[in-house]
Design a protein around this ligand. Sequence first.
Ligand code: PMT
Length: 399
Amino acid sequence: MLADKKILFGVSGSIAVYKAAEWVRELAKAGADVTVVMTEAATRFVSPLTFATLSGRRVYTGMFEPDSGEEVTHINLAKKCDLFLVAPATAQTIAKLANGFADNLLTSLALANRAKMLIFPAMNSNMYCHGATRANLARLKDYGYGIIEPDEGKLACGDEGVGRLVDWETARDALLSAFAPQDLLEKTVIITAGPTCEPFDPARHLSNRSSGKMGFALARSAKQRGARVILISGPTSLKKPSGVEVINSATALEMHDAVMDNYDRADIVVMSAAVSDYRPAKLKEKKVKKGSGSIALELVPNPDILKELGKRKGKAGSPLLVGFAAESSDHLEEGKRKLKEKKLDLIVVNDIIGTETGFASDTNQVSLIDRDYQLEKSPLLTKEECAYLIWDKIARLMQ
Ligand code: PMT
């Protein structure tokens, strides 16, 4: 999703420069067109050659390089970019940017730039918390710059505190947010993700193969498009998406309660969780011992969360309802049946037999059927790309 984006990547002098090199590699891998501009201090930490090799492009370090005469470098580089980021942004560079200095190529470019600007500070925590730095960052915010607050943790100087350059995942989220349409701004969305686990003794439960990847991708992309996101998740090993409210729920009953508790806040509900239709009738107090014969487990039905939401539909302010259908045969027929039965605005049908779609895969192929039975089929995409496609459709339905 960053392919062909023209990114001007400013690097100032901090030990975190080596992390910026990794970001450049990731951006180039994603197909972005990255041009790196380094301050003189940054070149002391990592050589421009490293950035040139990783970006596959010339690196700019000075205003007065011998071959920069034929073009006015700081104007031309700034004109050509879709986004300008500075990472790591040191206290010194932040102070210069806040006060309109143009004493090196990076700061001159920032003044000439009209594209979206993202600042990723990295420094010692005392420097970061100092009133001067706080005031400078506040001023940059006023200029419309996006500031991505650094992480807390052990710093290179040995101190513990805030000031670590954020990881690539957080940076990537910030970049995608900068490019994403803000069509979910002011909207609150509930997304369910992952499996539910239905215990029958202290050691064992019934569950399914859902990894949570589809639901987490939906949560991250909704956040990138400006939504307030409540992610209600069954047990997964995935990292919590930043800026998202996560509510953990293990069983279908817990997921049911979490959805109902937050329902009134929601403009959109997307149920991508694989909710167990049944649970063991009884939870044994002690672990079931291995015997010689077979054992029987009595199952009782769980509430159908989405169906219950469908029944509430029609009341003023009721949210847009989106369901998923995990199918192994008669995909579209089953999808349409569930759309109608649960009174949905949209159903996302996916196949769970193949290895590239459905459970636990990184990719998916989805068929979207809307409330007017209009069908849209996607090619095989990453789950993140699928999520974008689903939000595109939801945004159109919201209109
Ligand atoms: O997590 P991943 O590994 O990325 O896998 C993604 C996925 C395959 C789990 C996901 O894409 C998906 O298909 N989720 C829905 C799975 C499912 O339970 O489908 P269903 O056809 O059984 O249910 C239909 C809809 O009703 C779903 O939106 C489901 O969340 C909802 N439901 C089902 C049962 C129930 N008791 N309550 C519900 O609300």
